[in-house]
Design a binder for this molecule. Structure first.
Ligand SMILES: Nc1c(N[C@@H]2O[C@H](COP(=O)(O)O)[C@@H](O)[C@H]2O)[nH]c(=O)[nH]c1=O
Length: 161
C-alpha cells in the first residue's frame, strides 16, 4: 500500500524535509533538511549573502520562504544539482537519527509519496501525476541503508530495526 506523507504533524511526518531532525554537512549544523536544501540554492550565486539568514531561520517554513523569494538569484546550475543536494541531506538525516531510520526501514518495499498538492517535482501534486522525486530519494536511501546493514559496513546493532 502506498504511503503518503506531507506535513510534519500528519502520519509519516518524519519523512518531510520540514521535520525537526538536524543534520551536519561539511562541518556545518543545519536545523532541518529544508534549511540546508534552501541554502544550497545560493552557493556561488551573487546573492550568497542570504545563506546565513536561511541558516539562522527559526523555522523550516521561514527558511523555505527565504529560499523561494524571487528577489534573490539562485545559482545557475541549481536544476542540475538539486536532486544530488537533496539526496545527500536526506541520507544524512536518516543516518543521524536512528528512531526515524527505523520508521523508514519498516516501510518495507512500500511506495513512498510526498503528497504535496502544489509540488509536481518533489511531490505528486494535486492530481497525483507529479514526479515524486522526494519519495524516490527516500526509497533509494532506504535501499542504501539496507545494503549497508547487510554488508555490515556499519554496525548491525546500531542500524537494525
Ligand atoms: N513539506 C513541505 C513542502 N515540501 C518541500 O518543499 C521543498 C521544495 O521547495 P522549493 O524547491 O523551494 O519549491 C522540498 O523540500 C519539498 O519536500 N513545502 C511546503 O511548503 N510545506 C511543507 O510542509
Amino acid at each position: 500500500m502506498t504511503i503518503y506523507f506531507y506535513k510534519v504533524w500528519q502520519p509519516y511526518g518524519c519523512f518531510s524535509n520540514f521535520s525537526p531532525h538536524c543534520i551536519e554537512i561539511d562541518g556545518t549544523h543545519w536545523p532541518t533538511v529544508e534549511h540546508y536544501y534552501q541554502a544550497q540554492k545560493f552557493v556561488g550565486s551573487p546573492d550568497a549573502v542570504i545563506i546565513p539568514f536561511i541558516h539562522a531561520a527559526s523555522t523550516p517554513e521561514e527558511a523555505a520562504a527565504l529560499g523561494r523569494c524571487s528577489n534573490y538569484q539562485i545559482r545557475p546550475d541549481w536544476d542540475l544539482v538539486k536532486i544530488t543536494v537533496m539526496r545527500a541531506a536526506v541520507f544524512k538525516k536518516f543516518m543521524t537519527h536512528p528512531e526515524i531510520r527505523q520508521i523508514l526501514l519498516v516501510t518495507g518495499d512500500e511506495m513512498l509519496v510526498e503528497d504535496s498538492p502544489r509540488d509536481y517535482f518533489w511531490g505528486c501534486g494535486l492530481d497525483k501525476s507529479g514526479e515524486n522525486n522526494l519519495g524516490k530519494i527516500l526509497m533509494s536511501v532506504r535501499t542504501e541503508i539496507r545494503q549497508m546493514i547487510s554488508y555490515s559496513v556499519i554496525s548491525r546493532k546500531e542500524l537494525s530495526p
